[in-house]
Ligand binder design. Structure first.
Ligand code: Q9C
Ligand code: ZN
Length: 346
């Protein structure tokens, strides 16, 4: 088993996010990935390797050039507004909602942040770009490991990615690591790929990126968007469009759902994926389905993740696992590595 990890993830360290009218300490912290790494090393589960760096052209297979340009320069632009901004995170506070234009990139930085985002919970910091960039390199290196003929790789990417769309950030996500891995597999010869998103939150970014395509099947098990973030996508009636009709599967579950209900959805989604005839699987491996997660509402227990890993392995597909959410920081290492151990042992 191989894990792709880069210590530069810790450069993305937000201070506060907007929550219920207040700035609260960020849930998405560097310690999350550190705990997973420590647990991997404690159990001596395979090797840990730094990613190689991929060209920007690879990022442009998923993200728009104007978004990448914005993200690369955002911190410098923010500090240029006021040198004191170097001590402050940048959060958007204005957005082009319906009837407002999003075709013109504003000169004003605050307006630009709003154009390229969908929430005020995802601070941009001094190290956001380098962390997101190397996190994407981890996911791409894991995909490359499959291209080289291996059956499995784990991308310990941070910040997470599945809420990021082709040209927006949000939900703690900036570059869509899982989408980049899936697209890379496609470009390197895998004819059909599935992305299975098991994070508590619907992977709106990944769904949107592949919604009109049949070559990348997207399935997601998540808290019902009627009550759960990201609210505006992830309903069961979203089944794809055009060529992609039938290649999108959403399985929303009520807040409070337990492992039995969740596992039935996992079974269902994997049967769909296999029936679609895919050659590889990318898993958006969010660990915020855990009972102890502070911002989520399912009740999975640590031991359940061993079964999750074993069931993923039983699909019999070359698989990239990509780390996403999971905010019970003290347990996230145990839970994530349980998935890996279940996968390995199955
Ligand atoms: N104060 C991922 O799990 N905020 N993103 C919800 C919590 C957004 C979660 C309110 C949650 C985003 C990758
Ligand atoms: Zn999540």
């Amino acid at each position: 088993m191989i894990t792709f990890y880069n210590h530069l993830h810790a450069q993305h360290q937000g201070k506060f996010e907007m929550f219920r009218g207040e700035l609260v300490p960020c849930f998405e912290v560097p310690a999350r990935a550190d705990h997973v790494l420590a647990e991997l090393q404690r159990r001596q589960l395979g090797t840990v390797q730094a990613p190689r760096s991929f060209d920007d052209a690879v990022l442009e297979r998923v993200h728009s050039p104007r978004y990448l340009h914005f993200l690369r320069n955002a911190w410098a632009d923010w500090v240029a507004l006021d040198p004191a901004n170097a001590q402050r995170d940048a959060l958007p506070s204005v957005w082009p909602t319906r009837t407002l234009r999003s075709d013109i990139v504003p000169d004003n930085f605050a307006a630009r942040m709003g154009l390229f985002s969908f929430d005020a919970g995802s601070p941009l910091t001094a190290g956001t770009w380098v962390a997101a960039r190397t996190g994407a390199d981890c996911a791409l290196s894991a995909a490359e490991h499959l291209v080289q003929g291996n059956s499995m790789a784990f991308a310990l990417s941070r910040p997470p990615g599945h809420h990021a769309g082709a040209d927006f950030f949000g939900g703690y996500c900036f570059l869509n690591n899982a989408a980049l891995a899936a697209q890379y597999l496609r470009d390197q010869g895998f004819a059909r790929v599935a992305v299975l998103d098991i994070d508590y939150h619907h992977g709106n970014g990944t769904q949107a990126i592949f919604y009109d395509r049949a070559d990348v099947f997207f399935a997601s098990i998540h808290g019902d968007p009627r009550t759960e973030y990201p609210f505006y996508l992830g309903h069961a009636d979203e089944t794809g469009v055009g060529q992609g009709l039938g290649a999108n599967l959403n399985l929303p579950l009520l807040r409070g759902s337990n492992f039995d209900a969740w596992y039935a959805a996992l079974e269902h989604s994997l049967q769909h994926i296999v029936r679609h005839g895919v050659d590889a699987l990318v898993v958006s491996m969010g660990m915020d389905t855990f009972e102890g997660d502070p911002i989520s509402g399912f009740t999975l227990q640590s031991a359940d993740y061993l079964r999750v890993g074993a069931r993923l392995k039983a699909a019999g597909l070359p698989t990239v696992l990509v780390f996403e959410g999971g905010y019970a920081v003290a347990e996230v290492g145990i839970n994530a590595v349980n998935v890996l151990e279940g996968f390995k042992g199955a």
